[in-house]
Design a protein around this ligand. Structure first.
Ligand code: RP5
Length: 162
């Protein structure tokens, strides 16, 4: 199976990334994670993106906060699909990173999930890999069913309580 490549701009983004890695583990998807910054270590970020297809990755996730150029910089150097996670920083509640990640110019797309939404990034990565992988598609369907069952349990609990 192709791997998911994860890049975070700083180790301070780790709590967001851990939401993604928990789901990738649950779905038995191999991944590799790195701290590479578009600004602090641009050469390493470039080299990772440029070599990602050759290295066996099928989709990349890039998480960054503040002036979040990482996902765009990664996308500029690969034709693999790139999923951007805007991370909440010390100011502006993550709106800075959201706009920096989502507002890519035409030609270099980044599929942007919600602020801090590592879970959706992992699920979207899984869905992309599942296009060509029926076993993974079945695991995704089972997870959706299990997640729906949890919501219905909550529904029954709230109905009983009120
Ligand atoms: C971004 O700046 C990182 O992705 C992180 O979200 C933010 C702050 O980084 P640190 O100062 O915590 O290393 O590049």
């Amino acid at each position: 199976m192709k791997k998911v490549g994860i890049v975070m701009g700083s180790d301070s983004d780790l709590p967001v990334i851990q939401k993604a890695t928990a789901i990738l583990r649950e779905l038995e998807i191999p991944f590799e994670a790195h701290v590479y910054s578009a600004h602090r270590t641009p050469l390493q970020a470039h080299d990772f993106a440029a070599g990602a297809r050759e290295a066996g990755f099928g989709v990349l996730i890039a998480a960054a906060g503040m002036a979040a150029h990482l996902a765009g910089a990664i996308a500029a150097n690969t034709s693999l699909p790139v999923i951007g996670i805007p991370c909440k920083g010390p100011a502006l509640d993550g709106l800075d990173a959201l706009l920096s990640t989502v507002q890519m110019p035409s030609g270099i797309p980044v599929a942007t999930v919600g602020v801090n939404n590592g879970a959706n990034a992992a699920l979207l990565a899984a869905q992309i890999l599942a296009v060509e992988d029926a076993a993974l598609a079945a695991r995704l369907a089972a997870k959706r069913a299990a997640d729906a069952a949890k919501v219905l349990e909550k529904d029954a609990g709230i109905t009983a309580k009120l």
